[in-house]
Write a new protein. Sequence first.
Length: 505
Amino acid sequence: MRFFTAATALCGLLLPSSLVCAESTSTTRVALPQDFKPPQVFRHANLVRNTNLEKGYVRETVNVVVENVSEKPQSDYYLSFPSDVYDKIGGLEVRHSKAASKEKYEVEATEVDLSRDNQYFIVHLSKPLEPSSQVTLGVSYSILSSLSPRPATIGQADKQFLEYSFSAYVPSAYTTVTQKTKLKFPSTNVPDYTKTSGIKSGSGSDPERQGTTYTYGPYDTAKVTPGTKYPITVRYEFTKPVLTAHLLERDLEVSHWGGNLATEERYWLRNNGSQLSKQFSRVEWTITSYSQMPSSALRDLKYPLKPGSVDPYFIDDVGNVSTSRFRPGKANRDGHLELRPRYPIFGGWNYSFRIGWNNDLASFLRRTVTGADSYVLKVPFIEGPKIPEGIQYENVVVRVVLPEGAKNVRFETIDGASSNGLPGLSQIQSHVSNHKTFMDTLGRTTLTLTVENLSDEARDSQLVITYDYTLWDALRKPFTITAGLLTLFASIWAIGSIDVSIKKR
């Protein structure tokens, strides 16, 4: 333990702040007192919440004008979520909405205390907010596993409806002067939704409907106690599968000798949509497929692969998935892999499988400018299928198998100008170990990253790994193998030269 502590401290002195040593780190949550309440040093001058329900999970973006109402500069902002939602939050990012750079702030999770109605994330502003000053924050996140099929069982060709419940008042830790919520539905078929009474500012119905967008508010909530709830429930048509990957294991194997990057992904999928009320009918399914009618079952999966991807394979629990099509990409164009499972995946059904492919390592690996023995590997954090209904990941394990002898491993994630669906580095567990493969001596250095609650929006995120790999590390295996063979031949020769014949004395 002391060794890892010292290694981490040394890494912090030698590396830029964006790089993280990966010897041994784990997610840590801040412990708050049992009776904790956020100090009322901020006020929300205006808040707009945009909720998107076009995929099989909820995506929200909250733009809020935060004002410092205390007499001292403040740098810690508490982001509040209901206790039953807190552990479903994924890909949380907080940025400066008005700054040209869209600066991203550090976010820390707190320990869950079920005695509290709300749990908190702590947002650390990069620059303390002065008294009477304002800053506009853009908070983006996904709420996973929060949609319920209603009814829970349907016929094989029936339409599927999902239900979503939330509060018209955003569960804020601070007083909010005005606020409103906009909901974006996948279609205009919204048979049931809550209508409010007497809380909207001004005249007009609440919510206001315009196409597939429903707007609740604006509300004048300056005198409403923070944390007050006004329950809202909506039920809308969603004739697509609600896909959830209980587990995704993604392995990337780097070979300097072969100049190859081998990728394999293993999926454990399930459809969280409405289950069948009767036994599955193959005849009815054939008619539905031939007519190209919408269905809540998963028909196929489409994977965009990076340019230059070759040798794809796709295997499920039975064997090779023969119903597939692969179109190789060109120099600047992605390849496409289309798979069709052996059976349609209806609500409550599972499907596990694996896919893999190879790429030229030169497209992902570079030497650093600081030294000939240091390398930088830039790869997608996750890839996965790209489908309109989206896919949510409960647990993701990414293993990067580096060459044997690689050391001083560091990693970072690259942020774009908008949300990339990944949490901060403090919420990604990392571990470095040795993985022995064919004819290894010491074992190959393996970086393992574990993260929970991701969505398919993380497909655009990038993982950058920096490591040291000397010439001796590259030659260790051939030297060891050569020495072993020479020793074997010498031993055979020595044993063969021994005279074991019986002679007369």
